[in-house]
Design a protein around this ligand. Structure first.
Ligand code: TYD
Length: 158
């Protein structure tokens, strides 16, 4: 399980990104966002090409997830994404075709950057959790790979 306490990684920014990141295999990274602490309530920020290494084309969020449900079992050919647990917690399981890694997201001031070409799903949503997904692409059904065998073939052909 990987979270803020993970110590087995390089601490360096991902390309095109202005901030602290722990980069895992093939560019998957936990990116720390600015956190402006204030007695009135804290504030965090995502700017395109600054806190995330891409231009933002779309933002969506997943909420009201019933206990035990799994979301997002698929890969993207082009989409880069950044996932933040704005509320509560969940796990993101990222698979490069040969190994899986699980990232535990549980704070609104860091998130998981996933480049294209990884199979990923989200699980273990806590009650009232809110998952924010910031994407480099507008919605395009053609960018999805929803079949795991097809994903493996796609990755092998790269
Ligand atoms: P889907 O990507 O299958 O959800 P998940 O991978 O998180 O389980 O999307 C569920 C439905 O929502 C599907 O019918 C497509 C639609 N959808 C859009 O219309 N626009 C979007 O930006 C997204 C993410 C989904």
């Amino acid at each position: 399980m990987i979270g803020l306490r993970s110590g087995d990684t390089n601490r360096r920014p991902a390309a095109g990104m202005n901030g602290a990141a722990r980069v895992f295999s093939d560019g998957v990274a936990i990116i720390d966002l600015p956190k402006i602490e204030d007695p009135r309530g804290n504030l965090s920020i995502i700017e395109e090409q600054n806190h995330v290494p891409f231009e933002v084309k779309r933002v969506y969020w997943i909420y009201d997830v019933p206990g035990g449900q799994v979301r997002g079992g698929h890969a993207f050919k082009r989409q880069e994404e950044f996932i933040v647990a704005l509320s509560g917690s969940f796990d993101v399981v990222v698979d490069d075709g040969s190994a899986q890694r699980k990232y535990h997201l549980n704070r609104s001031y860091f998130g998981l950057y996933i480049p294209p070409g990884f199979w990923r799903h989200m699980e273990e949503f806590s009650t009232n959790s809110l998952a924010l997904i910031v994407s480099s692409e507008q919605y395009d059904q053609g960018d999805y790979i929803r079949d795991y065998e097809e994903f493996l073939s796609y990755n092998n052909a790269k």
